[in-house]
Design a protein around this ligand. Structure first.
Ligand SMILES: *Cc1c(COP(=O)(O)O)cnc(C)c1O
Length: 373
């Protein structure tokens, strides 16, 4: 028998193009950080790598109270627990984790309609619903990194005295009217999942306004154990390991370049598609980090034709968030969702990752132009 080392067949770089691909640093670089964990003899329970990642992220985001956890979903659940909320208003247009995490925490969900330009929870609809509901929290989502109308939500927060927990899982580094979104609301929850702009394989964080809440949460993520060793309240295990922090540190080193590459891709997409589709926009000034390339077609037929045409070219676009999330929510909690129902079956996310070429984007846009003719 011949004893030949098999040579792997690498796929042609251009085929297939997935909707996204996690960025992987060089293994040597990752091993350098992992080696530190071995030298330190620390692999979890708040080690030096996690501390370094926390410090660097605090600086990057310009925040004081940042608590890193093991994923974005658990970040949301900790935020709900801290605020002790029981009955919230949230958005129908989001990744299922926003709503499933609420249900998992036995919180009643009321869904209000979205804004037709930003596709985020509409503050005016929220305000109207608040006058005839007993609500003790709002969970808006900054979808695709687009900030909600944060000033309007801030007015609601003051007027009704209810806390706002932002699901900012997709909104690392987003800005609203020139300011970081973390200046608004009570708590922001971020995801560092492999498919997000910045990742630590799995991971997430909470950003707090209140020092007390930050300290409370710090204990909650470690079973609720206090310095004395006593459990003050039943907590959970939401700690990030040193091996995950190591990946986060690798990616953080390269984040400016990754963002730059993705921003260039978004630029070309918008350039080629501006007359063919609708884009997510806001009536206020904001910065949307290049995490997703979402487009809205005039009709669902156009969307379906595009998905098919792209698939024949081995290009995978994806409908976010389809089928509609609210199918698993009690129907009496749904308010009028007219905009949501009109908009969300026409939204598609196109491939966006760190190393998409201008040629690939041009090809994708040509396929779309042909498909919707
Ligand atoms: C990714 C995401 C989550 C969940 O974060 P994980 O880190 O995957 O648990 C929650 N909400 C939204 C909007 C997300 O995009």
């Amino acid at each position: 028998m011949e004893n030949v080392t098999p040579i792997p067949v690498y796929q042609d770089q251009t085929h297939p193009i997935l909707v996204t691909e996690p960025y992987l640093p060089s293994i040597q670089k990752y091993m350098k950080y992992v080696e530190q964990a071995f030298v330190n003899q620390r692999i979890t329970n708040g080690g030096p790598l996690l501390q370094e990642l926390t410090d660097r992220l605090k600086k990057l985001l310009g925040v004081k109270y940042l608590l890193i956890v093991n994923n974005g979903t658990v970040a949301l659940q900790i935020a709900y627990k801290i605020k002790g909320i029981k009955n919230v208003i949230s958005t129908p247009f989001t990744f299922p984790a926003t709503l499933t995490s609420l249900m998992w925490s036995n919180i009643e969900i009321n869904l209000c309609d979205i804004d037709k330009q930003t596709w985020n929870l509409c503050p005016d609809n929220t305000r109207n619903a608040l006058t005839d509901l007993t609500i003790d929290g709002l969970v808006p989502v900054n979808i695709f990194g687009m900030p909600c109308d944060l000033d309007k939500f801030e007015m609601i927060r003051k007027e009704f005295g209810i806390p706002i927990i932002y699901d900012s899982a997709q909104a690392l580094l987003s800005k609203y009217k020139g300011k970081s979104i973390y200046n608004y609301g009570d708590i922001h929850c971020i995801s560092f999942h492999a498919t997000k702009l910045f990742h630590s394989v799995e991971g997430g964080a909470l950003v707090f306004k209140s020092k007390d809440e930050f300290e409370h949460a710090t204990k909650l993520i470690n079973f609720g154990i206090e310095e004395t060793g006593q459990v003050f309240t039943p907590g959970i295990n939401a700690k990030m390991s040193e091996l995950h922090a190591a990946m986060g540190l690798c990616i953080l080193d390269e984040l400016p370049r990754l963002i730059e590459n993705r921003e260039e891709s978004v630029f070309w997409y918008k350039h080629y598609l501006k007359d063919l589709v609708e884009l997510q926009v806001a009536s206020y000034e904001c910065y949307v980090p290049p995490t997703y390339m979402s487009v809205k077609f005039a009709t669902e037929e156009q969307l379906l034709a595009t998905v098919d045409a792209l698939k024949t070219e081995e290009i995978m676009a994806r409908r976010y968030f389809y089928p509609a999330n609210h199918k698993f929510i009690k129907s009496d909690s749904l308010h009028v969702l007219a905009t949501n129902n009109q908009v969300t079956d026409k939204i598609l996310c196109l491939p966006l990752m760190h190393d998409l070429s201008k040629q690939q984007i041009a090809k994708i846009c040509r396929v779309i132009a042909r498909a919707i003719k």
